[in-house]
Design a protein. Structure first.
Length: 638
DNA sequence: GGAGGTCTAAACATTC
DNA sequence: GGAATGTTTAGACCTC
């Protein structure tokens, strides 16, 4: 609804594109503001003919004009403070943000509505708006030269947001096959993005601005308390320049965004807070620098000299991870540049710039649902490469079951992608029975109450945080239906256990590599396989770099790799004898290697004995050799 | 086409 | 009484 209107707005205002071209043509920032496309075009036109003084004058006029519009819209927005809409005047809600808000419209819906070229144009227009806002902000800042600490915050947010949008744009283009990147070029220079103003120029501009007005001085002069950052002044505060939707710019270019839909109430970012700041210290993984207040934190976060600090250092690390990912993908014959845009979401670039693992961002392992689960803008999320092929198939029962048919061990899948499933609204490619069993087996005593099973589902999978009636009913149905689930009266009530023997009985080896399965596999990789949830996840969630070994929560991963190896051994002919990272495939599968390439490499998995429950014909409550309780990632998953 | 598996939905009973 | 839990049935879809 909001998106629709926003899209309408965009489409009806060619000014956006004008603004883009304007900005891209003149990186010195002579763009128009929202709705000021004509001015932007004029500015571009004038840029080649006018003197610097005249150009500056023109820019001032443009900025003033946009400022008037801004204030007008601001006033409009304030007129109805009670409603959420009222709190988010149009100018404050970048269309891109709205579009990517899952509660508004899913990317799939967007794709259904719009053709790829239209989507591309729309994304470009989003960028245009963002660029206009950013340029406008910079211009305003240049004009006013007012030392405002929160201005700088806002600009930094704008910069980061713009980067995200650009990368999101790139991601979408890739997804649509409009852009193909050669392997190893996971992180495309922002400068290369079409019709985009060079962010580095903006960064440079910003540096110049901040050089002229040191932040500390700004803060001191105005006495701004960044920790409260209420930004109710009439000047361009952070809250006014940046979108009202909680948008947490991360220094690595990643951004998480709170959307009003899920958990917005409980996780709403309060002004003056920062997802990377808490308890007086920087929460950046490995940093933990003490900061007196948010202002100091932000300054340390943002003003770090080039080449050092959070931003650059981690970018380098992430770049390496990206290269590693590319190598892994190449090893698995996943061709990132293969022109199958819709069918190869796995090829999405692993952006070194952005794909900092959520778990890394929040090393505490505690739930941060709104930041990740609903974060629409995390461009170039890494998820797809971590998600095994089976994950891509979760369009209905067929593809859901592909995972089992192709012998993707649920434990490994969850180990590798548990962050993804936890945050993305993607249906896990496992049957209810498998999931229930996994939940039970993850517990120390191999038994769970129904409610605990529920909790496991919701804890592990964002997908099961909605439609509770449906899947809970299914869970109960499965518990009752399958003989493998045994209800035991316990001191604490009725608990459910798994009769592994029964479970194995009901799962005869199916993996035959039959043409039918192969065909399904292939079709699963087709355009249709990009089901709504997955696409939504692509756009909505912040994919962690789970495929990267360094990005995986080691404890949880190892624990989960421990648990449930029977999923592998029960249906698959064990691990590669050569101990390689190749996916576990039956000999028949190896005869069709091309079709199963996207099974996740599971080095750790393969390196471990696969005997845990493979040969167990015993009840799960028995095995003592599976003393895995202490490793169970319960805390990590919560 | 049938068997088996899975999912969704629903109704109903029991327990808390 | 209501919610949670547990059982059962039915229909649909899919794979083999």
């Amino acid at each position: 609804m909001m998106v629709e209107s926003a899209s309408e707005t965009i489409r009806s205002t060619p000014s956006a594109q004008n603004g883009v071209s304007s900005l891209s043509n003149q990186p010195d920032g002579g763009g128009g503001g929202p709705g000021g496309g004509r001015d932007g075009a004029a500015g571009a036109e004038a840029n080649g003919e006018m003197s610097p003084v005249e150009l500056l004058h023109l820019q001032q006029q443009q900025a003033l004009q946009v400022a008037r519009q801004f204030l007008l819209q601001q006033a409009t927005g304030l007129s109805s403070p009670s409603s959420n809409e009222g709190k988010q005047p149009a100018v404050q809600v970048p269309v891109s943000v709205a579009m990517m808000s899952p509660q508004m419209i899913t990317p799939q819906q967007m794709q259904q509505i719009l053709s790829p070229p239209q989507l591309q144009a729309l994304l470009q227009q989003q960028q245009a708006i963002m660029l206009q806002q950013l340029a406008f902000g910079i211009l305003s800042f240049l004009l006013s030269r007012q030392p405002l600490g929160n201005k700088q915050l806002a600009f930094q947010q704008q910069l980061l947001q713009m980067q995200q949008l650009q990368q999101q744009h790139l991601l979408n283009l890739q997804r649509q096959g409009l852009v193909s990147l050669p392997p190893g070029q996971g992180s495309v220079p922002l400068q290369s993005l079409p019709q985009a103003v060079c962010p580095s120029d903006l960064q440079q501009l910003w540096k110049e601005v901040t050089a002229a007005q040191p932040v500390e001085d700004s803060i001191k002069q105005e006495g701004l308390d960044l920790t409260t950052n209420t930004s109710n002044s009439t000047s361009f505060s952070a809250a006014k320049v940046s979108p009202p939707i909680s948008h947490h710019p991360l220094p690595n270019g990643q951004s998480t965004m709170h959307t009003p839909r899920r958990d917005s109430s409980s996780h709403e970012e309060t002004p003056g807070s920062h997802p990377l700041y808490g308890h007086g210290e920087c929460k950046w993984p490995g940093c933990e620098t003490l900061c007196e207040d948010l202002g100091q934190f932000v300054w340390g976060l943002m003003a770090a000299p080039p080449g050092c600090g959070h931003l650059c250092g981690d970018l380098g690390t992430l770049a390496k991870e990206s290269e590693r990912l590319q190598a892994m993908m190449a090893h698995l014959h996943m061709r990132p540049s293969e022109p199958k845009p819709f069918s190869q979401p796995l090829n999405l670039v692993s952006s070194a710039t952005l794909s900092k693992s959520t778990s890394d961002t929040f090393p505490d392992g505690l739930p941060h649902p709104p930041t990740s689960a609903t974060a629409p803008i995390t461009p170039l999320r890494q998820g797809p490469s971590v998600i095994s092929s089976s994950t891509l198939h979760n369009v209905g029962p067929i593809r859901r079951r592909n995972s089992e048919k192709f012998c993707t061990p649920i434990s490994s899948e969850l180990a590798q992608n548990h962050e993804f499933y936890k945050n993305a609204d993607v249906r896990p490619p496992f049957t209810y029975a498998s999931l229930i069993r996994q939940a039970i087996l993850e517990t120390p005593d191999r038994q769970l109450t129904l409610n605990e099973i529920y909790n496991w589902f919701t804890r592990m999978f964002a997908y099961f945080r909605r439609n509770t009636a449906t899947w809970k009913n299914a869970v109960r149905h499965n518990l009752s239906l399958h003989k493998c689930f045994v209800r035991v009266e316990n001191v604490k009530g009725a608990v459910w256990t798994v009769d592994e023997h029964e479970y194995q009985k009901r799962r005869p080896p199916k993996m035959t590599g039959s043409p039918t399965l192969v065909k399904n596999m292939i079709s699963g990789l087709g355009y249709g396989a990009l089901n709504a949830s997955y696409q939504a996840a692509l756009a909505e969630s912040s994919f962690p770099l789970l495929n990267s070994p360094t990005m995986i929560n080691t404890s949880s991963a190892s624990a989960m790799l421990h648990v449930g190896h029977d999923d592998v051994s029960s249906t698959v002919e064990q691990v590669n004898s050569n101990g390689s990272n190749s996916p576990r495939l039956s000999p028949q599968q190896y005869s069709h290697p091309v079709h199963v390439k996207e099974e996740p490499a599971e080095a750790e998995d393969d390196s471990r004995p696969v005997s845990l429950m493979a040969t167990t014909n015993q009840n799960v409550t028995i095995p003592d050799d599976r003393d895995l309780e202490e490793e169970l990632p319960v805390e990590d998953l919560s």
